[in-house]
Design a protein around this ligand. Structure first.
Ligand SMILES: Nc1ncnc2c1ncn2[C@@H]1O[C@H](COP(=O)(O)OP(=O)(O)OP(=O)(O)O)[C@@H](O)[C@H]1O
Ligand SMILES: O=C(O)c1ccc[n+]([C@@H]2O[C@H](COP(=O)([O-])O)[C@@H](O)[C@H]2O)c1
Length: 190
């Protein structure tokens, strides 16, 4: 059976932590397709319009993909608008990729939240969660899920936005080209 890995998130912006998660899961699963799925509005996060610049988030994902040398961006959640429930999105992928085993990558924080996800029991039967340690050294998972341990990089998009706002360095926390993109566009500065 062919394999499809989906990595969803707000990616506001994509940082080195995300890129290591993507790279390690790509090399671990060795999928036929790897999709970055930027959400319009992640269900369990505050919606702050000032920070949700869809085209900029997608452009930065494209820059990251050029460096990673794998993956594509799928914009369906952005185009759909509203709350980006993974269940709704995976239903679509299931019919578009009928012969694929679907994997969905999440960090420890989302793993702890899984009981709050829409239709989670049904969703668990539709895909395999790949759970990556975030801000913890090891990660146990429920039966039927895969645990992937990676070197910890304890950074978040919130850190990058706060640093940009305070005119502090974001060097090495995002790639050089994304750093330039954020600075030139004065993203997150106010
Ligand atoms: N540094 C990291 N290490 C491991 N997993 C991460 C890391 N950063 C994000 N993730 C995971 O990537 C997915 C998408 O994260 P998201 O785009 O919301 O980033 P974030 O840094 O948590 O954002 P924000 O700070 O804006 O809330 C989530 O499943 C999250 O757990
Ligand atoms: O479907 C849900 O109920 C649900 C709840 C929380 C998060 N998600 C998805 O999980 C991914 C990571 O979410 P976040 O909030 O860390 O960006 C992203 O694709 C979200 O749409 C999905």
């Amino acid at each position: 059976m062919e394999k499809l890995v989906i990595y969803g998130g707000q990616f506001n912006p994509i940082h080195i932590g995300h890129m290591l998660v993507a790279s390690e899961s790509y090399h671990f699963i060795q999928p036929d397709e790897f999709i970055f799925l930027p959400s319009y509005q992640s269900p369990l996060k505050e919606h702050n319009d000032a920070y949700l610049i869809e085209s900029e988030r997608v452009n930065m994902l494209e820059l990251a993909i050029e460096d990673l040398q794998f993956g594509v961006v799928d914009k369906r959640e952005i185009d759909r608008k509203g709350t980006s429930y993974t269940f709704d999105t995976i239903k679509e992928f299931q019919s578009e990729y009928p012969n694929y085993q679907i994997y969905f990558v999440i960090g420890s924080d989302q793993y702890e939240n899984l009981n709050k996800w829409k239709n989670i029991e049904e969703l668990k039967n539709m895909l395999t969660f790949v759970v990556v340690n975030r801000e913890v050294d090891t990660q146990d998972v429920h039966e039927g899920m895969l645990a992937l341990h990676i070197p910890r990089i304890d950074i978040s998009s919130t850190d990058i936005r706060n640093r940009s706002k305070n005119r502090q360095s974001i060097k090495m926390l995002v790639t050089p080209r994304i750093e330039t993109y954020i600075k030139r566009g004065r993203l997150y500065e106010n």
